[in-house]
Design a protein around this ligand. Sequence first.
Ligand SMILES: *Cc1c(COP(=O)(O)O)cnc(C)c1O
Length: 396
Amino acid sequence: MTDVSKSVSQPVPMLDFSRQFHEIRFEVLNAIEEVCLSQKFILGPQVTSFEQSAATACAVPHAVGCASGTDALWLAMAAANIGSPDPGLNPSRDAVITSPFSFFATVSAILRCGARPVLADIDPATYNLSPAAVEAVLDSPQGASVKAVLPVHLYGQCADWDAFAALKGRHDLLLIEDAAQAFGAAWNGIPAGALGDAAAFSFYPTKNLSAFGDAGLLTTTSASLDDHARILRAHGMRRRYYHEEIGWNSRLDSIQAAILEVKLRYLPRWNQQRRDLAANYDQLFRAAKLTGGTVQDGIVLPFTDPRATHVFHQYVIRAPRRDALRQYLTDLQIGSEIYYPVPLHLQESLAFLGYKAGDFPHSEAAAAEVLALPMYPELREDEQQTVVEAIRAFYA
Ligand SMILES: *Cc1c(COP(=O)(O)O)cnc(C)c1O
Protein backbone atom coordinates (compact mmCIF):
# COMPACT_ATOMS: atom_id res chain seq x y z
CA MET A 1 0.00 0.00 0.00
CA THR A 2 1.27 3.47 -0.82
CA ASP A 3 1.69 5.78 2.12
CA VAL A 4 0.25 9.10 0.92
CA SER A 5 1.79 11.01 3.80
CA LYS A 6 5.23 10.17 2.48
CA SER A 7 4.48 10.55 -1.20
CA VAL A 8 3.62 14.06 -2.38
CA SER A 9 -0.14 14.30 -2.88
CA GLN A 10 -1.74 17.35 -4.45
CA PRO A 11 -3.37 19.84 -2.10
CA VAL A 12 -7.18 19.86 -2.31
CA PRO A 13 -8.82 23.04 -1.04
CA MET A 14 -12.10 22.76 0.88
CA LEU A 15 -13.60 25.37 -1.44
CA ASP A 16 -12.30 27.21 -4.49
CA PHE A 17 -14.92 29.50 -5.98
CA SER A 18 -12.31 31.22 -8.16
CA ARG A 19 -12.88 28.41 -10.69
CA GLN A 20 -16.54 29.40 -10.86
CA PHE A 21 -15.69 33.09 -11.12
CA HIS A 22 -13.57 32.45 -14.22
CA GLU A 23 -16.55 30.77 -15.86
CA ILE A 24 -18.97 33.66 -15.25
CA ARG A 25 -16.50 36.53 -14.99
CA PHE A 26 -17.74 38.70 -17.85
CA GLU A 27 -21.42 38.25 -17.08
CA VAL A 28 -20.79 39.22 -13.46
CA LEU A 29 -18.63 42.23 -14.31
CA ASN A 30 -21.24 43.44 -16.80
CA ALA A 31 -23.96 43.09 -14.19
CA ILE A 32 -21.92 45.08 -11.67
CA GLU A 33 -21.19 47.75 -14.27
CA GLU A 34 -24.90 48.17 -14.94
CA VAL A 35 -25.51 48.87 -11.27
CA CYS A 36 -22.66 51.39 -11.23
CA LEU A 37 -24.13 53.13 -14.26
CA SER A 38 -27.62 53.21 -12.78
CA GLN A 39 -26.29 54.52 -9.41
CA LYS A 40 -29.20 52.78 -7.66
CA PHE A 41 -27.16 50.91 -5.09
CA ILE A 42 -29.77 49.83 -2.57
CA LEU A 43 -33.08 48.09 -3.29
CA GLY A 44 -32.71 49.10 -6.93
CA PRO A 45 -34.29 47.47 -10.00
CA GLN A 46 -31.81 44.58 -9.77
CA VAL A 47 -33.18 43.72 -6.33
CA THR A 48 -36.76 43.66 -7.61
CA SER A 49 -35.71 41.57 -10.59
CA PHE A 50 -33.77 39.07 -8.45
CA GLU A 51 -36.67 38.82 -5.99
CA GLN A 52 -38.95 37.86 -8.89
CA SER A 53 -36.50 35.34 -10.33
CA ALA A 54 -35.89 33.78 -6.91
CA ALA A 55 -39.64 33.58 -6.24
CA THR A 56 -40.13 31.80 -9.56
CA ALA A 57 -37.25 29.40 -8.83
CA CYS A 58 -38.78 28.57 -5.44
CA ALA A 59 -42.34 28.37 -6.83
CA VAL A 60 -43.65 30.97 -4.38
CA PRO A 61 -45.52 34.21 -5.03
CA HIS A 62 -43.28 36.36 -2.79
CA ALA A 63 -39.57 36.83 -2.13
CA VAL A 64 -37.98 39.64 -0.12
CA GLY A 65 -34.27 40.37 -0.41
CA CYS A 66 -32.44 41.35 2.75
CA ALA A 67 -28.97 41.79 4.20
CA SER A 68 -28.14 38.22 5.32
CA GLY A 69 -29.51 34.79 6.09
CA THR A 70 -29.51 35.69 9.77
CA ASP A 71 -31.71 38.68 9.00
CA ALA A 72 -33.98 36.57 6.78
CA LEU A 73 -34.64 34.26 9.74
CA TRP A 74 -35.38 37.21 11.99
CA LEU A 75 -37.57 38.90 9.35
CA ALA A 76 -39.56 35.71 8.74
CA MET A 77 -40.42 35.33 12.41
CA ALA A 78 -40.91 39.04 13.11
CA ALA A 79 -43.11 39.42 10.03
CA ALA A 80 -45.23 36.53 11.34
CA ASN A 81 -45.58 38.38 14.67
CA ILE A 82 -43.65 35.75 16.61
CA GLY A 83 -42.11 37.21 19.74
CA SER A 84 -41.81 40.93 20.23
CA PRO A 85 -39.02 43.47 20.08
CA ASP A 86 -40.33 44.69 23.43
CA PRO A 87 -40.44 41.89 26.04
CA GLY A 88 -42.88 44.00 28.05
CA LEU A 89 -45.42 43.52 25.28
CA ASN A 90 -44.91 39.80 25.26
CA PRO A 91 -44.57 38.42 28.79
CA SER A 92 -45.60 34.92 27.71
CA ARG A 93 -42.49 34.62 25.49
CA ASP A 94 -43.62 32.80 22.39
CA ALA A 95 -41.57 29.65 21.87
CA VAL A 96 -40.03 28.39 18.64
CA ILE A 97 -38.76 24.82 18.37
CA THR A 98 -35.57 24.19 16.45
CA SER A 99 -32.49 22.01 16.18
CA PRO A 100 -29.37 22.27 18.35
CA PHE A 101 -27.31 20.96 15.41
CA SER A 102 -27.19 24.02 13.19
CA PHE A 103 -25.38 27.29 12.72
CA PHE A 104 -25.70 29.66 15.67
CA ALA A 105 -27.95 32.09 13.76
CA THR A 106 -30.83 29.59 13.78
CA VAL A 107 -31.19 30.06 17.53
CA SER A 108 -29.93 33.64 17.88
CA ALA A 109 -32.56 34.83 15.37
CA ILE A 110 -35.30 33.39 17.60
CA LEU A 111 -33.91 35.32 20.58
CA ARG A 112 -33.52 38.45 18.51
CA CYS A 113 -37.21 38.57 17.66
CA GLY A 114 -38.05 38.29 21.34
CA ALA A 115 -39.07 34.65 21.37
CA ARG A 116 -37.78 31.68 23.35
CA PRO A 117 -35.86 28.89 21.58
CA VAL A 118 -36.86 25.37 22.59
CA LEU A 119 -34.57 22.67 21.26
CA ALA A 120 -35.38 19.16 20.06
CA ASP A 121 -32.91 16.52 18.91
CA ILE A 122 -32.07 15.51 15.34
CA ASP A 123 -32.68 12.41 13.28
CA PRO A 124 -29.23 10.76 13.27
CA ALA A 125 -29.59 9.57 9.64
CA THR A 126 -30.19 13.00 8.05
CA TYR A 127 -28.94 15.31 10.87
CA ASN A 128 -32.19 17.25 10.44
CA LEU A 129 -34.63 18.16 13.21
CA SER A 130 -36.55 15.06 14.31
CA PRO A 131 -40.35 15.42 13.92
CA ALA A 132 -40.85 12.85 16.71
CA ALA A 133 -38.67 14.91 19.07
CA VAL A 134 -40.64 18.04 18.12
CA GLU A 135 -43.91 16.25 18.76
CA ALA A 136 -42.72 15.26 22.24
CA VAL A 137 -42.16 18.96 23.03
CA LEU A 138 -45.55 19.90 21.59
CA ASP A 139 -47.23 17.30 23.79
CA SER A 140 -45.38 18.52 26.92
CA PRO A 141 -46.50 21.44 29.13
CA GLN A 142 -44.17 23.70 27.08
CA GLY A 143 -46.19 22.89 23.95
CA ALA A 144 -48.86 25.53 24.65
CA SER A 145 -46.47 28.45 24.10
CA VAL A 146 -45.02 27.12 20.83
CA LYS A 147 -45.82 29.47 17.96
CA ALA A 148 -43.56 28.00 15.29
CA VAL A 149 -41.26 25.16 14.35
CA LEU A 150 -38.04 26.05 12.54
CA PRO A 151 -36.54 23.00 10.79
CA VAL A 152 -33.14 23.45 9.14
CA HIS A 153 -32.45 21.88 5.74
CA LEU A 154 -28.96 20.94 6.86
CA TYR A 155 -26.20 20.32 4.32
CA GLY A 156 -28.70 20.88 1.47
CA GLN A 157 -31.29 18.20 2.27
CA CYS A 158 -34.82 19.19 3.24
CA ALA A 159 -36.12 18.20 6.65
CA ASP A 160 -38.91 15.57 6.69
CA TRP A 161 -41.69 17.85 5.51
CA ASP A 162 -44.37 15.14 5.38
CA ALA A 163 -44.02 14.79 9.12
CA PHE A 164 -43.79 18.53 9.84
CA ALA A 165 -46.83 19.25 7.67
CA ALA A 166 -48.72 16.57 9.63
CA LEU A 167 -47.69 18.23 12.92
CA LYS A 168 -48.96 21.55 11.62
CA GLY A 169 -52.25 19.85 10.82
CA ARG A 170 -52.61 18.72 14.45
CA HIS A 171 -51.24 21.82 16.23
CA ASP A 172 -51.72 25.53 15.73
CA LEU A 173 -48.26 26.55 14.60
CA LEU A 174 -46.27 28.10 11.79
CA LEU A 175 -43.54 26.26 9.92
CA ILE A 176 -40.48 28.33 9.02
CA GLU A 177 -37.66 26.85 6.95
CA ASP A 178 -34.02 27.60 7.64
CA ALA A 179 -33.11 27.04 3.99
CA ALA A 180 -29.75 28.83 4.24
CA GLN A 181 -27.97 25.77 2.84
CA ALA A 182 -30.63 24.60 0.44
CA PHE A 183 -31.40 26.83 -2.54
CA GLY A 184 -32.66 24.45 -5.24
CA ALA A 185 -33.36 21.57 -2.86
CA ALA A 186 -36.83 20.02 -2.83
CA TRP A 187 -39.08 17.65 -0.89
CA ASN A 188 -41.47 15.49 -2.94
CA GLY A 189 -40.61 17.84 -5.81
CA ILE A 190 -41.68 20.97 -3.90
CA PRO A 191 -38.80 23.46 -3.71
CA ALA A 192 -37.27 24.56 -0.44
CA GLY A 193 -38.77 27.96 0.20
CA ALA A 194 -42.25 26.79 -0.80
CA LEU A 195 -42.67 24.16 1.94
CA GLY A 196 -43.29 26.33 5.00
CA ASP A 197 -45.22 29.49 5.80
CA ALA A 198 -41.93 31.31 5.24
CA ALA A 199 -38.33 30.40 4.54
CA ALA A 200 -34.93 32.05 5.00
CA PHE A 201 -32.05 31.77 2.54
CA SER A 202 -28.46 32.92 2.95
CA PHE A 203 -26.17 33.97 0.12
CA TYR A 204 -23.04 34.13 2.24
CA PRO A 205 -20.05 33.51 -0.09
CA THR A 206 -19.67 29.82 0.84
CA LYS A 207 -23.34 28.87 0.25
CA ASN A 208 -24.43 26.96 -2.84
CA LEU A 209 -26.01 30.16 -4.21
CA SER A 210 -23.67 32.88 -3.07
CA ALA A 211 -23.14 36.62 -3.33
CA PHE A 212 -19.87 38.56 -3.26
CA GLY A 213 -20.57 39.62 0.30
CA ASP A 214 -23.49 39.23 2.69
CA ALA A 215 -27.02 38.82 1.35
CA GLY A 216 -30.20 36.94 2.22
CA LEU A 217 -33.77 36.32 1.11
CA LEU A 218 -37.09 35.47 2.65
CA THR A 219 -39.73 33.59 0.68
CA THR A 220 -43.36 33.19 1.66
CA THR A 221 -46.72 32.13 0.31
CA SER A 222 -48.45 34.81 2.40
CA ALA A 223 -49.08 38.28 0.93
CA SER A 224 -49.41 39.82 4.40
CA LEU A 225 -46.14 38.30 5.59
CA ASP A 226 -44.42 39.60 2.45
CA ASP A 227 -45.80 43.08 3.04
CA HIS A 228 -44.80 43.08 6.71
CA ALA A 229 -41.27 41.83 5.95
CA ARG A 230 -40.79 44.62 3.38
CA ILE A 231 -41.70 47.21 6.00
CA LEU A 232 -39.53 45.65 8.71
CA ARG A 233 -36.41 45.50 6.51
CA ALA A 234 -36.65 49.28 6.02
CA HIS A 235 -37.04 50.58 9.59
CA GLY A 236 -40.75 49.90 9.77
CA MET A 237 -41.68 52.61 7.31
CA ARG A 238 -44.06 52.44 4.41
CA ARG A 239 -44.06 56.17 3.76
CA ARG A 240 -40.64 57.80 3.93
CA TYR A 241 -39.75 58.91 7.49
CA TYR A 242 -43.09 57.78 8.95
CA HIS A 243 -42.27 54.75 11.10
CA GLU A 244 -45.26 52.51 11.78
CA GLU A 245 -43.22 50.15 13.89
CA ILE A 246 -39.68 49.39 14.94
CA GLY A 247 -37.89 47.60 12.14
CA TRP A 248 -34.28 47.34 11.12
CA ASN A 249 -31.95 48.18 8.27
CA SER A 250 -31.82 44.93 6.38
CA ARG A 251 -31.83 46.15 2.82
CA LEU A 252 -30.22 44.22 -0.01
CA ASP A 253 -27.53 45.87 -2.16
CA SER A 254 -28.25 46.05 -5.90
CA ILE A 255 -24.75 44.79 -6.72
CA GLN A 256 -25.34 41.61 -4.73
CA ALA A 257 -28.74 41.11 -6.35
CA ALA A 258 -27.27 41.60 -9.83
CA ILE A 259 -24.56 38.98 -9.15
CA LEU A 260 -27.13 36.57 -7.66
CA GLU A 261 -29.35 36.94 -10.71
CA VAL A 262 -26.45 35.85 -12.96
CA LYS A 263 -25.59 32.89 -10.70
CA LEU A 264 -29.21 31.78 -10.30
CA ARG A 265 -29.28 30.86 -14.00
CA TYR A 266 -26.39 28.44 -13.47
CA LEU A 267 -27.60 27.02 -10.19
CA PRO A 268 -29.57 24.00 -11.49
CA ARG A 269 -26.46 22.80 -13.32
CA TRP A 270 -24.18 23.51 -10.35
CA ASN A 271 -26.50 21.64 -7.98
CA GLN A 272 -26.54 18.68 -10.38
CA GLN A 273 -22.72 18.72 -10.45
CA ARG A 274 -22.74 18.59 -6.65
CA ARG A 275 -25.04 15.55 -6.73
CA ASP A 276 -22.81 13.83 -9.28
CA LEU A 277 -19.73 14.54 -7.17
CA ALA A 278 -21.50 13.21 -4.07
CA ALA A 279 -22.36 9.99 -5.92
CA ASN A 280 -18.73 9.72 -6.99
CA TYR A 281 -17.49 10.12 -3.40
CA ASP A 282 -19.94 7.40 -2.32
CA GLN A 283 -18.63 5.10 -5.01
CA LEU A 284 -14.97 5.77 -4.19
CA PHE A 285 -15.54 5.11 -0.48
CA ARG A 286 -17.38 1.86 -1.24
CA ALA A 287 -14.70 0.72 -3.69
CA ALA A 288 -12.07 1.39 -1.02
CA LYS A 289 -14.14 -0.72 1.43
CA LEU A 290 -14.08 2.06 3.99
CA THR A 291 -17.80 2.27 4.72
CA GLY A 292 -19.84 1.01 7.62
CA GLY A 293 -23.44 1.09 8.78
CA THR A 294 -22.33 2.80 12.00
CA VAL A 295 -19.25 4.79 12.87
CA GLN A 296 -18.03 1.78 14.86
CA ASP A 297 -17.78 -0.21 11.60
CA GLY A 298 -16.34 2.49 9.34
CA ILE A 299 -17.19 5.67 7.53
CA VAL A 300 -20.91 6.44 7.43
CA LEU A 301 -21.83 7.99 4.09
CA PRO A 302 -24.48 10.71 3.77
CA PHE A 303 -28.04 9.36 3.70
CA THR A 304 -30.44 10.85 1.17
CA ASP A 305 -34.13 10.38 1.85
CA PRO A 306 -35.84 9.13 -1.33
CA ARG A 307 -38.34 12.02 -1.05
CA ALA A 308 -35.55 14.62 -0.96
CA THR A 309 -33.76 16.36 -3.81
CA HIS A 310 -30.42 16.95 -2.09
CA VAL A 311 -28.18 19.81 -3.28
CA PHE A 312 -25.11 18.74 -1.28
CA HIS A 313 -24.24 22.17 -0.01
CA GLN A 314 -21.92 19.95 2.04
CA TYR A 315 -20.83 16.34 1.66
CA VAL A 316 -20.62 15.12 5.24
CA ILE A 317 -19.42 11.75 6.52
CA ARG A 318 -19.26 10.33 10.01
CA ALA A 319 -15.69 9.24 10.62
CA PRO A 320 -14.10 7.01 13.27
CA ARG A 321 -11.35 8.94 15.13
CA ARG A 322 -12.61 12.06 13.39
CA ASP A 323 -10.23 14.60 14.92
CA ALA A 324 -7.12 12.53 14.16
CA LEU A 325 -8.33 12.00 10.59
CA ARG A 326 -8.89 15.71 10.16
CA GLN A 327 -5.39 16.50 11.43
CA TYR A 328 -3.96 13.93 9.01
CA LEU A 329 -5.82 15.54 6.08
CA THR A 330 -4.74 19.02 7.17
CA ASP A 331 -1.09 17.89 7.20
CA LEU A 332 -1.58 16.77 3.59
CA GLN A 333 -3.18 20.12 2.72
CA ILE A 334 -6.51 18.46 2.10
CA GLY A 335 -9.37 20.66 3.23
CA SER A 336 -12.14 19.51 5.56
CA GLU A 337 -14.44 21.23 8.03
CA ILE A 338 -16.63 20.42 11.00
CA TYR A 339 -20.21 21.67 10.75
CA TYR A 340 -20.70 21.98 13.72
CA PRO A 341 -18.26 21.06 16.49
CA VAL A 342 -20.37 22.38 19.40
CA PRO A 343 -24.14 21.83 19.45
CA LEU A 344 -26.04 25.00 20.24
CA HIS A 345 -27.30 23.85 23.66
CA LEU A 346 -23.65 23.64 24.79
CA GLN A 347 -22.61 27.08 23.49
CA GLU A 348 -21.36 29.31 26.26
CA SER A 349 -23.56 32.25 25.30
CA LEU A 350 -26.69 30.06 25.34
CA ALA A 351 -26.07 28.52 28.77
CA PHE A 352 -28.97 30.60 30.13
CA LEU A 353 -31.37 28.41 28.14
CA GLY A 354 -30.71 25.81 30.84
CA TYR A 355 -29.69 22.79 28.78
CA LYS A 356 -26.82 20.48 29.68
CA ALA A 357 -24.59 17.83 28.10
CA GLY A 358 -26.60 14.68 27.48
CA ASP A 359 -29.84 16.50 26.66
CA PHE A 360 -29.56 15.89 22.89
CA PRO A 361 -27.45 12.75 22.41
CA HIS A 362 -27.88 12.51 18.61
CA SER A 363 -26.73 16.09 18.14
CA GLU A 364 -23.80 15.58 20.51
CA ALA A 365 -22.70 12.39 18.70
CA ALA A 366 -22.96 14.15 15.34
CA ALA A 367 -20.86 17.08 16.60
CA ALA A 368 -18.16 14.58 17.62
CA GLU A 369 -18.23 12.49 14.45
CA VAL A 370 -19.09 14.54 11.36
CA LEU A 371 -16.57 15.71 8.81
CA ALA A 372 -17.35 17.75 5.68
CA LEU A 373 -15.11 17.03 2.69
CA PRO A 374 -14.27 19.34 -0.23
CA MET A 375 -17.47 19.93 -2.23
CA TYR A 376 -18.21 22.53 -4.89
CA PRO A 377 -19.36 22.19 -8.50
CA GLU A 378 -15.90 22.64 -10.01
CA LEU A 379 -14.20 20.04 -7.78
CA ARG A 380 -12.41 17.53 -10.02
CA GLU A 381 -12.62 13.75 -9.89
CA ASP A 382 -8.88 13.38 -9.48
CA GLU A 383 -9.13 15.63 -6.41
CA GLN A 384 -11.86 13.41 -4.99
CA GLN A 385 -9.61 10.40 -5.55
CA THR A 386 -6.82 12.18 -3.66
CA VAL A 387 -9.18 12.83 -0.75
CA VAL A 388 -10.42 9.24 -0.55
CA GLU A 389 -6.94 7.78 -1.04
CA ALA A 390 -5.65 9.91 1.84
CA ILE A 391 -8.49 8.73 4.06
CA ARG A 392 -7.74 5.12 3.12
CA ALA A 393 -4.08 5.62 4.01
CA PHE A 394 -5.11 7.06 7.40
CA TYR A 395 -7.13 3.99 8.31
CA ALA A 396 -4.66 1.48 6.80
C1 LIG B 1 -25.29 30.43 6.85
C2 LIG B 1 -26.42 30.02 7.72
C3 LIG B 1 -27.23 30.97 8.38
C4 LIG B 1 -26.91 32.43 8.43
O1 LIG B 1 -26.76 33.05 7.21
P1 LIG B 1 -25.86 34.39 7.08
O2 LIG B 1 -26.10 34.83 5.69
O3 LIG B 1 -24.44 33.98 7.33
O4 LIG B 1 -26.33 35.36 8.09
C5 LIG B 1 -28.32 30.51 9.09
N1 LIG B 1 -28.61 29.20 9.18
C6 LIG B 1 -27.84 28.27 8.58
C7 LIG B 1 -28.23 26.83 8.71
C8 LIG B 1 -26.72 28.65 7.85
O5 LIG B 1 -25.96 27.70 7.27
